[in-house]
Design a protein around this ligand. Sequence first.
Ligand code: UD1
Length: 420
Amino acid sequence: MEKLIINGASSLNGEVIISGAKNSSLPILAATILAEGTYNIDNIPALRDINTMFKLLENVGVTSSFQNNSAVIDNTGTNVYEAPYELVKTMRASIVLLGPLLAKKGKAKVSLPGGCAIGERPVDLHIAALEKMGANIEVKDGYIFAECPRLQGVEIVFDKVTVTGTENIMMAAALANGTTILKNAAQEPEVVDLADFLRKMGADIEGDGTNTITIKGKDKLHSANHSIMPDRIEAGTFLCAVAGVGGDITLKKCPVHTMDAIIEKLRLAGLEINVIDDETINAKMHGQIKAVDVKTAPYPAFPTDMQAQFMAVMLKSNGVSVINESIFENRFMHVPEFKRMGADITLNDSNAVVKGVPSFSGAPVMASDLRASAGLVIAALMAEHGSSVHRIYHLDRGYEGFEVKLNKLGANIERVKDNE
Ligand code: UD1
């Protein structure tokens, strides 16, 4: 295992290039199951979760070579339709294989993803939607067994907004017989990126980016090329880092138009943000952080994937900030760790009440999930003394070269072996 040794930074300055979006790459890679052929996909971040997805695909006959953020993928068509537990257990997003496997092969056997640190995270809505499309589904021995010679287009009203649920059903519906209408669909930009890719493959999809998506099923799709959208969460994380520490940074290749809620809240916190063009942002922070309340909710509201990083900024605000987590029931695992560093936070169900303190010390802290680890790194940069962040394999699931990019901005972070 590895850990990060982090010394507090006085400011962050310079340019950072934002990587491709993990949460867009995963479903887009899964979509290559839907048609035989060769695909060229660029701007894929080199991350642990991406490697897991390549292994899952290889298992069902889709091979790839991945270099310099570009993948050449070859789907030669096989009858294998299983996503095994050994791989799925490391990445819940593996559930996005269920829709494409079932639609293309008529059968799918996908390990049930377990709960995870941030909450129970069931997949009942994915299963109910596929059943409504005519699939026979049985959950036994820890696996989802699904079968259906050809899915049928239907209207589906999701009980809750689900990102991977919307993506799974959109992929399945692309090869279904007839028209599928998804209501209360997720509007996340990553859903739009997937829809763009599916359209390049010949799918007929309209309404992505709104809460109603219409998919007219096709008998066959074909391979296509694509460049993954940049990662709005990584971009937002760097904005939080400069808001917390101070300095002057410029984000390049940044998906500016997808970041309204993040930009608005950080401006209220005192970050001076200048949008230079549709993929460049300059952000300056000088002076006191202002307390701002935040509630996480589905896009276009403030993302749950930015909650821990934003909370880190609030640790040193000039007042009291109430952070409400409305998506996941247990996404405050970073709070006890922030408190160990000297933060003043009271937890009250889905609210974290953060009382800003003028300064706090560093401490050894433990990462519990992907975005919590990013929050801990930001807090460590804001702290007076050195910190160590343990279990950073969580961080490596979702941030490409995080400490390398931060060090280029002037941080002092060292990755070392951890004999925990
Ligand atoms: C996706 C993102 C994740 C982000 C989350 C919320 C990917 C790979 N992951 O996760 O980074 O944190 O959206 O924006 O894109 N739910 C059910 N039943 C279901 C499905 C979901 O009850 O069948 C609930 C969940 O427990 C949660 C809420 O719906 O409370 C939203 O979950 P969902 O959008 O599905 O999250 P993911 O797609 O897993």
